[in-house]
Design a protein around this ligand. Structure first.
Ligand code: SF4
Length: 325
């Protein structure tokens, strides 16, 4: 495989708690994102997914770690260099439409984005480019419309067109379909797939395994600030998973059979908040049905933290995978 577009190593982010303590939201995370890939980051609310997505784009300061983006040390950039680098990556927030201007028409909004991000374009080229972008997101007949006259799905499309106006290399999409009804959700998923093209890389943060299965190439599972499993999409649900991943998949399957495919990951109980005062062992040991402490096998779930080895942070499973490689 080629060099990653983004390579992050040893990322750490801590927050102060109201009681004066400390919670660790990103716990020594390494992550590689390759050009043209869609990587899904899954895990329940509070596992650190959004914090990690924001940290990768330098939207919040880290306590430790290194990030290389397109060959450049991202954390060393300041001022105009950082502003320039920021043209290459964008974050799609859950409420992206909140950033749309209510008094500008759709074409005026795009024109403004292009003026900001591509200042060398003249007016005629900007209008042409804005028109092309609206065609790409399926809003050909909506140039003169205003925010209030657009449906929720159309507003998401305008938001995506504005993101594309910046010609990003990396898009971090945080729950891009949350709050949408089923039909608009499907349209948005298809649009994300279509816009992916050959060169756009997505980090997709989502609770929605239906969306993940439809669009992702690779899945990273996050638990209490750590990446605890990595799996190619074709292996999801087919390999022997980390017990936490398996619990998420079981919850999702249960949810789909009841017509509740999205928002199924709030059924587990391991969030960042309970990291305070935890012991040195596995992040999942007090919930894990496979917990093992066996000197003869050198497996110490309660006293050692399992590294991400053989793409899984679980002592017995990592050994099993190693034996089958
Ligand atoms: S390392 Fe031990 S406690 Fe952690 S998930 Fe694996 S078996 Fe369970």
């Amino acid at each position: 495989m080629n060099e990653p577009l983004l390579k992050a190593q040893g990322l750490v982010k801590r927050f102060r708690t109201p009681s004066g303590g400390e919670t660790i939201a990103i716990d020594y995370v390494d992550i590689d994102l390759y050009k043209g890939e869609v990587i899904a980051l899954i895990g329940e609310s509070g596992s650190g997914k959004t914090t990690l997505g924001r940290a990768l784009l330098r939207l919040l300061a880290l306590d430790a770690g290194e990030i290389t983006f397109d060959g450049v040390d991202l954390l060393s950039l300041r001022g105009s260099q950082l502003r320039e680098a920021r043209r290459s990556f964008q974050m799609v927030f859950q409420n992206q439409q909140a950033n749309l201007h209510p008094r500008l028409s759709v074409i005026e909004m795009l024109n403004e984005s292009l003026r900001l991000h591509q200042p060398l374009l003249d007016e005629e080229s900007r209008i042409q480019k804005a028109t092309d972008l609206l065609d790409r997101v399926g809003l050909t007949d909506h140039h003169q419309r205003y925010l209030a006259s657009l449906s929720g799905g159309e507003q998401r499309r305008v938001g995506l067109a504005r993101i594309l106006a910046t010609t990003p290399k990396l898009v971090v999409a945080d729950e891009p379909t949350s709050g949408l009804d089923a039909a608009i959700k499907l349209q948005t998923i298809d649009l994300l797939k279509e816009l992916r093209g050959d060169s756009l890389t997505y980090l997709l943060i989502s609770h929605d395994l239906g969306l993940v299965r439809r669009i992702a190439d690779r899945v990273l599972v996050m638990l209490r600030g750590r990446i605890i499993e990595e799996v190619p999409i074709e292996g999801l649900g087919k390999v022997k998973h980390h017990p936490y991943t398996q619990k998420l998949l079981d919850a999702a399957n249960l949810g789909s059979s009841r017509g509740q495919a999205a928002e199924v990951m709030s059924t587990t109980t391991a969030s960042i908040e309970d990291v305070q005062g935890r012991g040195p062992g596995c992040h999942y040991c007090e919930l894990c049905p496979l917990l093992t402490n066996d000197e003869s096998l050198s497996i110490h779930c309660t006293s050692h933290r399992p590294p991400l080895e053989n793409k899984v942070a679980c002592f017995p499973l990592s050994v099993q995978r190693g034996n089958t490689l």
